[in-house]
Design a protein around this ligand. Structure first.
Ligand code: B12
Ligand code: SF4
Ligand code: SF4
Length: 275
């Protein structure tokens, strides 16, 4: 109970500042959801591989028992091997060792994953079935779910070709960073090819361009067209800012969105990212 009190208090404190994931991986009876009044729903059932015998193919050679480090297979000369399911950890060594193909793979349920949310805390709790020894599959499922929640939206930021102003872009980048985005900053006076290549390399879904000079706003259109030429225009949202721009001009140049200042820019980008 002491551990749960500390974990839930920390999670609530962190959640005041940022998105927080609390993993309650207590075997058999996780209880953090009770302390946080979180109504959980079942997310997944976890299975572990176990062996299954076809005795018609078994020659009673005993090899399977000899390779089982868990002593989950009991072999008596002249008899078929006996399987003690509860101590099997699913290593599959017996399946590999059997010379006749008498052992194949099946699965048994070893636990469940529940998820829920409250106080801006994303809770993942995993319940291992009573007496189960191997928690690997449960841990893997918890990690998969946490990674999914934790995934940051990637934003490529740059000042367009021919333009050496970067103060506004940098302010936007800092605000996006503190809002939980991953920033890939390409600097200023950036060629469209560099932007397109970076989007392809990182899988970024937002491109945020700054243009402070009237004579360089056309570079936005060049980036838009380069993204089309590479067949990735539909995979990104293009948002722009800078004093010579407005929403009408931004759209004319192929952008999806425009914001007057960096604070508004973050709001627009959150919306574009579906957050
Ligand atoms: C500082 C500055 C410079 C610095 C830049 C230093 C740097 N590292 O950035 C230096 C001295 C290098 C410079 C050079 C030049 N400059 Co200058 N510069 C300025 C100045 C004074 C301030 C710009 C600034 O940083 N503002 C502060 C930031 C925070 O504001 P911001 O950039 O507007 O960004 C905000 C929003 O626009 C928005 N935003 C910006 N980008 C983005 C992107 C997205 C996606 C979003 C959502 C929002 C967003 O959020 C920001 C914060 O709220 C402006 C005048 C002015 N008062 O704006 C002239 C100004 C931009 N420069 C100008 C000019 C002409 C030049 C030069 C051509 C001068 C020359 N003849 O050499 C050169 C250009 C060189 C080049 N190739 O780029 C003109 C541009 C005129 C025009 N419309 O084309 C201006 C307007 C001055 C003027 N009135 O004549 N400049
Ligand atoms: S899977 Fe591994 S632990 Fe299970 S019975 Fe076979 S050898 Fe033993
Ligand atoms: S290794 Fe295969 S053939 Fe030999 S006893 Fe085990 S199941 Fe039977």
């Amino acid at each position: 109970m002491g551990k749960s009190m500390v974990a839930t208090s920390l999670a609530v404190e962190f959640a005041r500042q940022n998105k927080t994931i609390l993993v309650d991986a207590d075997a058999e009876c996780p209880n953090d959801h009770l302390l946080l009044s979180i109504k959980r729903k079942k997310h997944a059932t976890c299975y572990q591989p176990i062996p299954k015998w076809d005795f018609k193919k078994c020659t009673k050679c005993g090899k399977c028992a000899s390779v089982c480090k868990q002593n989950a297979i009991v072999f008596t000369k002249g008899k078929y091997p006996a399987f003690v399911k509860d101590v099997c950890i699913g290593c599959k060594a017996c399946i590999v060792a059997c010379p006749t193909g008498a052992i194949t793979e099946t699965k048994k349920e070893i636990g469940k994953i529940y998820t829920g949310k409250n106080y801006n805390v994303n809770l993942v709790s995993s319940e291992l079935k009573l007496g189960e020894l191997a928690s690997g599959e449960v841990v893997a499922e918890v990690r998969k779910y946490s990674d999914k929640i934790n995934k940051k939206v990637k934003v490529v930021t740059a000042t367009v070709k021919g333009d050496n102003h970067d103060i506004g872009k940098n302010i936007l980048g800092s605000l996006l960073l503190s809002s939980g985005f991953e920033i890939i900053d390409l600097g200023m006076d950036v060629d469209e090819k560099v932007i397109v290549d970076k989007v392809k390399e990182t899988g970024a879904t937002i491109v945020a361009l700054s243009s402070l000079l009237t004579m360089t706003v056309e570079s936005i259109k060049t980036v838009h067209e380069a993204l089309i030429a590479e067949g990735i225009r539909d995979t990104v949202k293009l948002v722009v800012g800078g004093a010579p721009l407005n929403m009408e001009l931004a759209k004319k140049l192929g952008a999806d969105d425009f914001a007057d200042d960096a604070v508004d820019g973050v709001k627009h980008i959150k919306k574009l990212a579906g957050l």
